[in-house]
Design a protein around this ligand. Sequence first.
Ligand code: NI
Length: 180
Amino acid sequence: MAIQEILKMGSPSLLQKSELVNPREILGDKIQSIITDLKETMSAVNGAGLAAPQIGHNLQIVLFGFDHNPRYPEAPAIPMTVLINPHISVLSNVEEEGWEGCLSVPGIRAHVPRFKKIRYQGLDDKGEMIDRIVEGFHARVVQHECDHLNGKLFPMKVKDFSKFGYTSVLFPELESNAKK
Ligand code: NI
């Protein structure tokens, strides 16, 4: 259990579909140590979210949440959540464009369209059901993280490449308080 290397765009394993976790194995050492690694790694780089494939495990486990995040200083708080075997239902076909980055795509930000309002379900790190209806940035983060489980990175979703660029140019103020 330790801070892990985060795989970067170009790594073939980021393009794979992740496998379901056997719910009976959630409390076991293997899954619990992956969850600990996700938490330690995300915290070390001030991430808003991190998916298991980003640290080399093609399993359907994502972590997200923060009170205040220096990478997204304007974003409202999201409860710290481990979500296993997630399922997303789109509750509004309205899509919203918003800025995203990714620890696997360091130094880049882009405008990405996401569904505004979703319901997500899955299991937490104790194997208990999670069932939430969310919108806005919370919905965006969940869609971004769950995309990792389908081998999708945010640049694949960009429609307007006039809003795609280097964080250091787009948001120079972030360079001082965030690593990426
Ligand atoms: Ni990401």
